[in-house]
Design a protein around this ligand. Structure first.
Ligand SMILES: Cc1cc2nc3c(=O)[nH]c(=O)nc-3n(C[C@H](O)[C@H](O)[C@H](O)COP(=O)(O)O)c2cc1C
Length: 377
């Protein structure tokens, strides 16, 4: 029996991820120690509940569209073990949802270690707490040490996406089916599948995936509302072409429109020289090169796949902001950077700052008004 006192709503009207802002914004990795940083910089994020909540409240007050955590079960070692201590994302999202009122709140789920019935139910609870602002980020897992920790087999890369397809299929049926159902698939068996109440969002909550491989992009284009593209090189035309190709893939192969985002790391100062000096300080004076090397090695980016200079540059970007597109300079240059990202065809970006809280406050006071003036917000 459906519960008729619950006010279900069209997700397009209730989840800000679907609003018509020209350039959407989110925060990234605020549930983990060091945030996106691998460097011992004063003012870096130290993970406590008050600290993570403060960042969520800042994002919410600026009307950011999304607050996106990272599902991480162990850190990257080295001197600092960045991303080691951290909050599990469903429970974190429930707490953040209860304390915010505008941004979409994301829980990030590894399919292979969260049963779809549990996941569907947890997502639903968060969607109720958030009154329709929930979004699910599906990840298939690449970080072998953390998957090994669960004692489950890490399947070959493309097969992980086969699991994700079936996992999501079960979840969507639980979210939408009014009748109980059985499911006998390759990876899951469901007997008399039942889920009530249904999520607030109709027909079901927003979904994102940040797969970067060919298989990952097909999965995201076919099933997700929000997809991601890493901007490796600051090459405008190349990036623009890749973004267009992603939209074309979704449109032509799957008859769908997707929102394409990237992630960016904001390093702002009063002068460009000062901002660049700060980047060097983060990377060369305080950076944890050992942790960055371990993380990149685990991803499969190492001396076998990259020329030495390119690998060094990649490590610098990982130390300063988990490899995100660097927006370095004065507030005007940072805004120019956002204008460029928008002109490339992107719909939004997840942001991080090395000094997360101070950076967000400065962004709110000095930079955000210029973004509004530039017509991006
Ligand atoms: C914005 C963003 C968020 C991501 N969040 C997570 C996460 O929380 N946990 C995780 O294990 N991987 C995460 N990833 C990794 C992706 O889900 C994906 O596995 C990776 O980009 C490699 O693509 P592939 O799986 O298609 O090979 C994230 C990537 C991006 C760009």
């Amino acid at each position: 029996m459906a519960n008729d006192i619950i006010h279900h709503r069209d997700r397009r009207s209730v989840n800000p991820i679907f609003n018509d802002r020209k350039f959407k914004l989110g925060t990234f990795q605020t549930n983990l120690d060091y945030g996106c940083l691998m460097s011992d910089v004063e003012g870096r994020l130290k993970i406590t509940w008050p600290n993570t909540l403060e960042l969520a409240k800042l994002a919410d007050a600026m009307d950011f569209e999304a607050i996106v955590p990272v599902a991480r079960w162990r850190g990257f070692g080295g001197k600092l073990n960045p991303a080691g201590p951290g909050f599990e994302t469903y429970t974190w999202a429930a707490g953040v949802a209860a304390s915010t009122s505008r941004s979409a709140i994301v829980a990030t789920s590894h399919c292979s270690i969260n049963h779809p019935i549990t996941a569907a139910k947890q997502c639903t609870v968060i969607d109720h707490i958030a009154n329709g602002r929930f979004m699910l980020n599906i990840v298939t897992g690449w970080n072998r040490p953390e998957i090994d920790m669960f004692g489950v087999e890490m399947l070959p890369h493309d097969e992980r996406y086969d699991v994700a397809v079936e996992w999501l299929d079960v979840i969507k049926r639980l979210w939408t089916a009014q009748e109980e159902f059985d499911h006998e698939g390759k990876y899951y068996k469901i007997v008399k599948g039942y889920l009530q109440p249904k999520p607030i969002q109709q027909p079901f909550p927003a979904i994102m995936n940040a797969g970067g491989s060919e298989r990952g992009r097909h999965f995201a284009a076919k099933y997700c509302d929000l997809v991601f593209i890493p901007l490796g090189q600051p090459d405008f035309e190349r990036n623009k072409a890749q973004i267009e190709a992603y939209r074309r893939l979704a449109r032509e192969e799957y008859g769908r429109e997707v929102s394409v985002w990237t992630s960016a790391n904001v390093i702002q100062a009063d002068t460009e020289a000062e901002a660049r000096r700060f980047f060097d300080y983060i990377v060369h004076e305080r950076g944890d090169w050992e942790a960055a090397t371990f993380a990149l090695d685990t991803i499969g980016l190492n001396a076998k796949t990259f020329a030495p200079e390119a690998l060094k540059h990649l490590k610098e970007l990982f130390i300063a902001g988990w490899g995100a597109y660097p927006l370095i300079g004065t507030k005007e240059q940072v805004v120019e950077g956002f204008t460029t990202l928008s002109a490339m065809g992107l719909d939004g970006a997840l942001l991080a700052w090395p000094r997360f809280e101070d950076g967000m406050r400065e962004f709110r006071d000095k930079t955000y008004p210029l973004l509004v003036q530039a017509g991006l917000r």
